[in-house]
Design a binder for this molecule. Sequence first.
Ligand SMILES: Nc1nc2c(ncn2[C@@H]2O[C@H](COP(=O)(O)OP(=O)(O)OP(=O)(O)O)[C@@H](O)[C@H]2O)c(=O)[nH]1
Ligand SMILES: [Zn+2]
Length: 204
Amino acid sequence: MDAILDSLKNPQADKAADRPSQEEAEAAVRTLIAWAGDDPTREGLLDTPKRVAKAYGELFSGYDADIAEILDRVFEEVEGYQDIVLLKDITFHSHCEHHMVPFVGKAHIAYYPRAGVVGLSKLARLVDAYARRLQTQEAMTAQISMAIEEYLGPRGVAVMVEGEHMCMSMRGIRKAGSTTVTTRFSGVFEEADEQVRFLTLVRG
Ligand SMILES: Nc1nc2c(ncn2[C@@H]2O[C@H](COP(=O)(O)OP(=O)(O)OP(=O)(O)O)[C@@H](O)[C@H]2O)c(=O)[nH]1
Ligand SMILES: [Zn+2]
């Protein structure tokens, strides 16, 4: 379980003091602009480093997300409801950790509650908490699923992520339109029937 908790942690959490300053981040952007071949001192680009740092703050806000806080509130008064809860088509924007280029798509999350349910928006917040980091789609899928397991203790969790990777469409192999599908099934979802039920509801 320690390994799971470690992988759910924000990798920067213990290093907050080591984070570069805003000025250092802006200087790095100026370096990249010059390296790409443009002039960071021309008028149109003067404020760009500041904007990029601000945009990065938003795009990578997942490093500051508190997973325990997101999943903290459980509603137990649901008339004993224990059947499947599925939130599908949760849009996400992430960045691949290999190229720092976006990958975008949809996540689908289902669980069988054991002792209460979590607010539906929290599942979408959980997706953002992991998507807004440098990621692989596989790791993101596993982290979403393991966080629900760890904090809600449900009877089973199913997570499916469908993503298009810009590093495959805009550059490199340049295959636009291909979709990567990743899944993680645990608990009762390890049974084939339950996986079929999940996939039927997702596609339905
Ligand atoms: N498994 C996995 N691979 C990813 C993900 N995002 C990007 N990649 C891949 O990461 C790989 C990095 O491969 P490298 O050979 O190190 O880098 P590269 O020379 O830029 O590779 P090309 O993209 O083939 O040009 C590429 O095959 C990408 O398609 C992801 O979420 N999961
Ligand atoms: Zn990539």
